[in-house]
Design a protein around this ligand. Sequence first.
Ligand code: 3NM
Length: 223
Amino acid sequence: MNSYSDQRPEPDTVRRQLAVYFIMGSINCPDRSPVAVLREAIAGGVTLFQFREKGAGALTGQAAYELARELQAVCREGGVPFIVNDDVDMAAALGADGIHVGQEDAPADSLRDRLGYKAIVGVSAHTLEEAGRAIRDGADYLGIGPVYPTRSKHDARTVQGTRLIQELRGLGIDIPLVGIGGITPGNAPPVLAAGADGVSVISAISGAEDPRQAAAALAALHG
Ligand code: 3NM
C-alpha cells in the first residue's frame, strides 16, 4: 500500500504557490484584526498563507485553534492554500493544506503520513547540510533564511543574504525554494534573482499600512 509520502504535491504547483508567501499570527498585527489583514493581503495577491502563532503573547489552546479556523476560512474563500506552522495536531484537526516545520521536527515524509492526506510539507533550512537532509526526508519546499535582518524571529540565525539560495541552485538542486527574513518589496528582487521561487514575509505585509498594496507590490515582482 502506498503511503501519503508517495503522493507528493507537484513541484511546479508548489513553486507557483511560493510566489508571495504570507506568514502571520495574532502578535504580528496587534492593532487590527488578523482576519481583515489576511483578507486584504489575499486581495493583493498572496499565493500561500502560513498560520504561525508563536512568540510572547501568542494565543494557545482553543483560542489559537479558533483563530486558525477563521483564517483558514478566509484562505478557502480566496483560493489560497493554508499551512500551519509546527503543530501537526492542529494541521490534522483542521485538514490544513500543509505544514511548515524546523529542523528539530519530525522528517517531512513522516509528517505527511501522519496527516494522512496529500499535504504540502515545508522545512526551514539554514545550511547546505540541513537542506540536503530535508530534501532526502521528503520536503516539498525549503524556506531559506534569514536573508536579511529580521525583527519577527528572536532566535533567528545569522543573516546570510542570498548565499545558500545561490549555492543550492548552483549545485543543480531544483526543489521549490522560498527566501525568508526581513524581505520587503524593495529588497526582494535579489532573492528571486538568486533562484528563489518566491519570498515569504511576515512584517512586510502584516505591518504595512496597506497590506493589500504590500502584497500587490510583491506579486508584481513576478511579472
Ligand atoms: N523564519 P519578517 S526568519 C519566521 O530564518 C522566520 O528561518 C526565519 O519575518 C528563518 O518577514 C523569520 O518580518 C521571520 O522578517 C520573518
